[in-house]
Write a protein that binds this ligand. Structure first.
Ligand code: ADP
Ligand code: 5GP
Length: 199
């Protein structure tokens, strides 16, 4: 099988995890790239080895030194996230195309590394107030982590033109359909939308 990669990146709160989870539930030929990270687990809502590989900062640094990451980022001060080479190999070996939920910088690094084998999708909300409301509504953020996430939004938005396609996540069911079509076209025919397309 010609294993492909589909990358979803976005400012936090834009809906990439929601879209990625939906695609995984609907497509048995897709597998999720479980990232390594050093942030704390969100209680029972997250499991080690399913949502993330939760590592200590020392374990993470050791893997950087050993060259085990295809990309890694300090996404927020003191919080490291990265994609393990072994994860992509594991999923390809099981016959799956790999789906990523990574930050904007990480998404661009993966796209650069894998080129035409990868489709890089930038997810964005219609406006910033919607983003704030969604982050608050998710109920996962403290005041501090909320402001860290909102602080990064403008910087992250400035990279959207470098992605293959921008998906505006307004009505969720419509977004699911747009994402599914992107995956279908890319996986079956290697089709990528016209440069600069905003869906
Ligand atoms: P991200 O992974 O980009 O940080 P999430 O997928 O966690 O974002 O979405 C942030 C919050 O917004 C979640 O509570 C999610 O249920 C909600 N959400 C996502 N997409 C939509 C949408 N189209 N309309 C309304 N709420 C949404
Ligand atoms: P969260 O803490 O909300 O789970 O994730 C914070 C941010 O880190 C999100 O934007 C998420 O997409 C990103 N992220 C998750 N895994 C990786 C990864 O492996 N590499 C990079 N660069 N970012 C990641």
């Amino acid at each position: 099988m010609d294993g492909k990669l589909i990358i979803f990146s976005a400012p936090s709160g834009s809906g990439k995890t929601t879209i990625v989870r939906h695609l995984l539930a609907e497509n048995t030929n897709l597998g999720f790239s479980i990232s390594a990270c050093t942030r704390d687990r969100r209680g029972r809502a997250e499991q080690n080895g399913k949502d993330y590989y939760f590592l200590t900062p020392d374990e993470f640094k050791h893997k950087i030194d050993a060259g085990e990451f295809v990309e890694w980022e300090e996404v927020y001060v003191g919080a490291f996230y990265g994609t393990l080479k072994s994860e992509i190999e594991r999923l390809w070996a099981s016959g799956k195309h790999v789906l990523f939920d990574v930050d904007v910088q990480g998404g661009l690094k993966l796209k650069k590394y894998y080129g035409d084998k990868a489709l890089a999708v930038f997810v964005r909300v219609p406006d910033e107030e919607t983003l704030r409301q969604r982050l608050i509504g998710r109920g996962t953020e403290t005041e501090d982590s909320l402001s860290k996430r909102l602080f990064k939004v403008h910087f992250e938005m400035s990279f959207q033109d470098q992605f293959d396609v921008v998906l505006v996540n307004d009505d969720l069911q419509t977004s699911f359909r747009k994402a599914q079509k992107l995956v279908d076209d890319f996986v079956s025919e290697g089709k990528v939308p016209e440069r600069g397309a905003i869906l």
